[in-house]
Design a protein around this ligand. Structure first.
Ligand SMILES: Cc1ncc(C[n+]2csc(CCOP(=O)(O)OP(=O)(O)O)c2C)c(N)n1
Ligand SMILES: [Mg+2]
Length: 331
């Protein structure tokens, strides 16, 4: 039998199965969204596919009762772990009035849900980074017990917002975890044309914090490094920069044709390392997952995806005049 790595991290069999189910749920919601988009039922999709292990591994290492997350548009695995439901996500995809993220105003992927401490983001990439730093500063000043977790792509790590936020957090030793989800592309630009350094994590030294690069296809590796970063933050030792390396398995979005800039061979090679399949294989090797249980989980996931789709498709749109709500002061 293969080495049981999750026990060594203090993770129970139930917890790793829950991680697997959350990764699969994110994948199946995402796949359904592409079908709905191609059927002309929803306007836009931006995918988590290929990044579920990094997202779920990281989110499970945080405290879901008190930490704040500032996700970026691909982070379905993070928001599902923090309590957003498939129905919430589908309501957003269909842009319906009941969408908790923005009442159908924003494009999907602009996650925000106050009750689960998921902080809403803007469309310009990386603006969430200084927001995460500011929330961590406020928490420190008010002696509150939480950390902030912020994610962004490797392309976004070249924006000024990243460098300003990281420097400020390093100077003030703020409880922030910066996680760069390196998926090798920024739309059509490959990583070699984005970064002058070898790794995004090489930048950590410039901001006085530790930096780590881990396999983003392995949820347990990501869990381990994020857990250590969370422990450091809670001890008052400041921020950490983590880079998870994986691969974007879909086109940039439903409006992009990736055949114009990457080969089918490259994509097939990445698909052979699909994190959901490799995690299922690990769980089978250590005797936690059986074929029977795998089917049971898939059935449960698909039931949720179907129910969420039906509910959101039937749900009403917002009244047109609601577009002006929260724009002007109301008497
Ligand atoms: C400031 C800004 N510039 C450009 C864009 C357009 N844009 C949206 S996503 C994206 C690529 C970002 O790449 P990366 O950070 O690697 O994230 P990924 O999409 O690969 O996950 C760009 C250029 C934007 N939204 N905001
Ligand atoms: Mg990228």
């Amino acid at each position: 039998m293969a080495k049981n790595r999750h026990k060594a991290l203090g993770l129970s069999d139930e917890t790793v199965l829950e991680m697997y189910e959350t990764m699969l749920l994110a994948r199946k919601i995402d796949e359904r969204m592409w079908l709905l988009n191609r059927a002309g039922k929803i306007p836009f999709v931006i995918s988590c596919q290929g990044q579920e292990a990094a997202q779920v591994g990281a989110a499970f290492a945080l405290d879901r009762t008190k930490d704040y997350v500032l996700p970026y548009y691909r982070d379905m695995g993070v928001v599902l772990t923090f309590g957003m439901t498939p129905r919430d996500l589908m309501l957003s995809a269909f842009a319906k009035a009941e969408d908790p993220n923005s009442g159908g105003r924003q494009m999907p992927g602009h996650f925000g849900q106050k009750k689960n401490r998921i902080v809403t983001g803007s469309s310009p990439v990386t603006t969430q980074v200084p927001h995460a730093v500011g929330i961590a500063l406020a928490g420190k000043m008010e002696k509150k017990d939480f950390l902030t977790f912020v994610t962004f792509g490797e392309g976004s790590s070249n924006q000024g917002d990243f460098h300003e936020g990281a420097n400020f957090a390093g100077v003030h030793k703020l409880p922030v975890i910066f996680m760069c989800e390196n998926n090798k592309y920024a739309i059509s630009v490959p990583v070699e044309k984005q970064l002058a350094c070898e790794k995004v994590s090489d930048r950590a030294i410039g901001y006085g914090m530790p930096g780590y690069t881990v396999d983003g296809n392995d949820p347990l590796e990501v869990y381990k490094v994020v857990k250590e970063a969370a422990d450091r933050a809670r001890r008052g030792e400041g921020p950490t920069l983590i880079e998870t390396v994986s691969y974007r398995l879909t086109a940039h979005s439903s409006d992009d044709d990736d055949r114009a800039y990457r080969t089918q061979e490259e994509l097939a090679e990445a698909k052979a390392k699909d994190p959901i399949i490799s995690f299922a294989n690990y769980l089978k090797e250590v005797g936690v997952l059986t074929d029977e249980l795998e089917k049971e989980i898939l059935d449960r996931v698909m039931k949720q995806v179907n129910e969420a789709t039906d509910y959101a498709e039937k749900a009403p749109y917002a009244e047109p005049e609601h577009a002006l709500k929260y724009v002007y002061a109301e008497k």
